[in-house]
Design a protein. Sequence first.
Length: 150
Amino acid sequence: MMIFLTVILLIFQLAVLIKGNPWYEINKLFGEEEIRKQQVGSDNYIPDKKLLEGALITIALGIPYILFLLLYLCFSINYDPHTLPTIILLAYFILSVLVAVLKNKKKDLSSEKKVAAFRKKFNKRHTFRGKVIQLVFISYYTYMLIHLIK
């Protein structure tokens, strides 16, 4: 079963490496909506229905994926002969999820220059940081696959 799950996760990470961020369209939608909210003012702001659908999709796909990956990494500790790579990746994953949840989301978009910089940030399908993280996960899944097959 662990071999099957490892292969599935490896294929998913390879697809993300090639195609880019799977949340790209939703992030773009949220970014544009944040700019609109700042321009209109939070008192007069009414969220778009498309934004609500995007939020539901993010929650419906994101939370199960996070829980699945967390459980996979926890169970991988039993299968990993060295355990240190799994523990490091598990710690990184938990910290990154906590930082993402606790990070202050308030943006200062008072000038056109700040709006342009904000748009440039969320309009990227591929980032250097994302590629490095994907390569780390691909390396880990390959490492686990090799040890599981032995």
